[in-house]
Design a protein around this ligand. Structure first.
Ligand SMILES: Cc1cc2nc3c(=O)[nH]c(=O)nc-3n(C[C@H](O)[C@H](O)[C@H](O)COP(=O)(O)OP(=O)(O)OC[C@H]3O[C@@H](n4cnc5c(N)ncnc54)[C@H](O)[C@@H]3O)c2cc1C
Length: 408
C-alpha cells in the first residue's frame, strides 16, 4: 500500500476520533514511515501516563503524535513535576513566580537537541545568557566566573514547565491533575490495565501504562500517602526489583524576593564552595521572559543539610514551622557571605524529598520495560539525574510502546 493511501486512511480514522492529523515535527520521535503508518492505522490504543513531569510529558507527546490516545495523571496541581513553576500571591495582591525545581538544563545528546530546537522555534525555551560562577565561602570571593555563552543553559518560557504545559494542549492528550494513581491493576483476561485513584475511584482502562515516577513501587509512596504503592511487585517483579535500587538525594529550596537588586553579586547563578548548607543560588528574575518588577532568587540547600533536617523531622509533609525554620537557616547562610544581602520582602522554603536520583538504573536501555504487559517505567532515575536524562527516558518509553502497538 502506498504511503499516500495510508495517510488517507489515517486521516479518516483520525477524523473519527476528533483529533487532527499531525506528523511528528522535526526532532521529535518519528517512527519509520511504514511503522508510523501502521501505528496510525491503529489509533485504538489507549495509554495512561502516570506523571506530567518532563519524562511523562515527552512520552505522552510522542505517543499522541503517533496516534495513541493518551491520558496523563498527576498528583500535582499542574504540569512540570520537578520542573514546576511556583506561583505565590503576596499581601498586596502581587504575583511572584519562581522556578523552584530545575533552574535550567543543558543538552549534550543530539536527539534531545533536535527536540530543544523545535521548542526554541515554538518559543517554549530559550538560552539563558548570563555570567555564572562559584562563590568560596572560605575566602568570601567569587571564583571560576564563566562568561556568557561558554556552555548553553536553556530555560523554559515563561517558566521551566512551559514544555510540559504545551504537551497538555496537544491533540490526543488528556490531562487529569490533582489525581494520584493509587492502583495499577493488570486484567489478564482483557490484557489491559485498570487504574483507580487513592479513593478507589475508577480512572479508566488502558492498553498500556507508562509510570514516570519510581514511587509506583517504593515505600516512599507509603510514607507520603499512607497507602501501599500502586504497582503490585509481583506483577512485574524484574522492574520492581530494579526500582528498589533507586535512591535520591533531597534538597530544600528557598524562594526569595527583594525590592532592590543584589548588585554586589557579579553573576546570575553560582554554586557555593565550602558551605555545609547552601549548594547553588540563581537569580530567577534575570531569566528571559520573567517579570522585572522585583528581584527573585532561588537558593538550593546541600543534600547533607536536607538529609539532616529530614532525619530530625521525618519524611511526612513538612509543617509551616519547619519550613520557616529552614528558610531562616538558608537565608542566614546566604547573608553570612558578606555579599550585602538585604532582607527580602518575601521568603518561603520548599522541600524536594527526592530531588536528584543517585543511581541510574537503566543507563543503556533508558527505561524499564515489560512488553508482555505493555508497561514502561521512565524518568531521570533511569538515565541521569537531570532534564536531559528524563527526556531521553520518556522518548524511549514511547518508542517501546509504539513498536509494540505497530506489531499488533
Ligand atoms: C531543586 C532541583 C534542582 C534541579 N536542578 C537541575 C538542573 O540544574 N539541571 C537539570 O537538568 N536538572 C535539574 N534538576 C532535575 C530535574 O528537575 C529532573 O531530572 C527532571 O525534572 C525529572 O523529570 P521526571 O519527569 O523524570 O520526574 P518528575 O519531574 O519528578 O515527574 C514525576 C511526576 O509524577 C507525578 N506522580 C508521581 N506518582 C504519581 C502517582 N501515583 N499518581 C499521579 N502522579 C504521580 C509527580 O507528581 C511528578 O509530577 C533539579 C531538580 C530539583 C528538584
Amino acid at each position: 500500500m502506498s504511503v499516500k493511501l495510508d495517510l488517507h486512511l489515517i486521516q479518516s480514522v483520525y477524523s473519527n476520533h476528533s483529533t487532527s492529523l499531525q506528523q511528528p515535527p522535526k526532532g521529535v520521535l518519528r517512527l519509520r514511515k511504514s511503522k508510523y503508518s501502521a501505528a496510525m492505522k491503529r489509533v485504538v490504543a489507549k495509554v495512561a501516563v502516570v506523571g506530567c513531569g518532563i519524562s511523562g510529558s515527552i512520552c505522552a507527546s510522542s505517543l499522541a503524535r503517533n496516534g495513541v490516545s493518551v491520558t496523563v495523571f498527576d498528583s500535582g496541581r499542574g504540569p512540570g513535576g520537578r520542573m514546576s513553576q511556583r506561583r505565590e500571591v503576596i499581601e498586596d495582591g502581587k504575583e511572584l513566580l519562581f522556578d523552584h525545581g530545575a533552574p535550567y538544563f543543558v543538552v549534550r545528546n543530539s536527539e534531545v537537541m533536535g527536540l530543544v530546537q523545535e521548542w526554541e522555534a515554538r518559543a517554549l525555551v530559550t538560552e539563558w545568557k548570563e555570567d555564572f560562577g562559584s562563590f568560596d565561602c572560605g575566602t568570601k570571593k567569587f571564583v571560576d566566573i564563566e562568561k556568557d555563552g561558554v556552555s548553553k543553559k536553556y530555560v523554559g518560557l515563561p517558566g521551566m514547565n512551559s514544555m510540559c504545559k504545551a504537551v497538555c494542549r496537544e491533540n490526543g492528550v488528556e490531562t487529569k491533575f490533582g489525581t494520584t494513581v493509587g492502583k495499577l491493576d493488570w486484567l489478564e483476561d482483557k490484557k489491559s490495565w485498570h487504574l483507580t485513584d487513592l479513593d478507589g475511584q475508577v480512572l479508566g482502562q488502558f492498553d498500556g501504562v507508562v509510570a514516570s515516577d519510581k514511587n509506583v513501587v517504593s515505600s516512599r509512596f507509603t510514607s507520603t500517602t499512607g497507602r501501599t504503592p500502586p504497582l503490585d511487585m509481583t506483577l512485574a517483579p524484574e522492574l520492581a526489583l530494579k526500582l528498589q535500587e533507586v535512591s535520591a538525594a533531597p534538597c530544600f529550596v528557598l524562594m526569595l524576593a527583594f525590592a532592590e537588586s543584589l548588585s554586589s553579586i557579579p553573576v546570575k547563578g553560582f554554586s557555593f564552595k565550602n558551605s555545609e548548607v547552601l549548594s547553588r543560588a540563581f537569580c530567577d528574575s534575570s531569566k528571559p521572559g520573567r517579570s522585572a518588577t522585583c528581584e527573585c532568587w532561588v537558593l538550593h540547600s546541600t543534600a547533607e543539610y536536607a538529609r539532616r533536617v529530614i532525619a530530625q523531622y521525618g519524611l511526612q509533609k513538612p509543617s509551616t514551622f519547619l519550613l520557616s525554620k529552614v528558610a531562616e537557616e538558608l537565608l542566614k547562610e546566604f547573608q553570612s557571605t558578606d555579599l550585602n544581602i538585604p532582607h527580602p520582602f518575601f521568603m518561603k522554603a520548599h522541600r524536594w524529598g527526592s530531588a536528584f536520583p543517585v543511581t541510574a538504573i537503566a543507563k543503556e536501555d533508558k527505561c524499564l520495560w515489560d512488553g508482555s504487559k505493555r508497561l514502561a517505567v521512565c524518568g531521570d532515575f533511569c538515565v541521569s539525574p537531570d532534564v536531559e536524562g528524563a527526556v531521553l527516558s520518556g522518548m524511549t518509553a514511547a518508542k517501546k510502546l509504539l513498536d509494540i502497538f505497530s506489531c499488533l
